[in-house]
Design a protein. Structure first.
Length: 131
């Protein structure tokens, strides 16, 4: 399921299918590789590309239907509109699948999502148990 969107400030950036998302995850975000690969297989992962290079990815419904994530932009490309274009592609995909709203799992950059209209709905705390 390929969607295209112009990356706002990234020049000739395109958002389409997941090609290259796993490679970027493996290189820069290895803790998300398994989820990116599963989303790619399910058709729920999108990659942003510029000049033949994958510069970001966004996935949805990997661990729970309607959840957004994982999502990342190459650190050197952050602040250029890549994340906004990817979030738009994921939201369009979820809306087309009949979702009226989405949860953004394990949010890091709250300000980024707040600019898109998201609001914090719950907070998780972790506890460690020595075995």
């Amino acid at each position: 399921m390929a969607r295209e969107a112009d990356c706002l400030a990234a020049g000739a950036c395109r958002v389409a299918g997941a090609d290259g998302a796993a490679a970027l995850a493996s290189h820069s975000f290895p803790h998300w590789l398994d989820e990116v690969e599963r989303a790619g297989s399910a058709g729920t992962c999108y990659a942003a590309r510029a000049g033949g290079e994958t510069i970001g990815f966004a996935c949805n419904s990997v661990n729970r239907a309607g959840w957004i994530g994982p999502m990342a932009t190459d650190p050197e490309r952050q602040g250029t509109g890549v994340g906004r274009a990817l979030l738009g592609a994921v939201c369009a995909s979820l809306a087309a699948a009949g979702h009226a709203e989405a949860d953004i799992a394990w949010v890091g950059p709250i300000g980024f999502y707040a600019k898109a209209g998201a609001a914090v709905s719950r907070v998780f705390r972790n506890a460690k148990l020595t075995l």
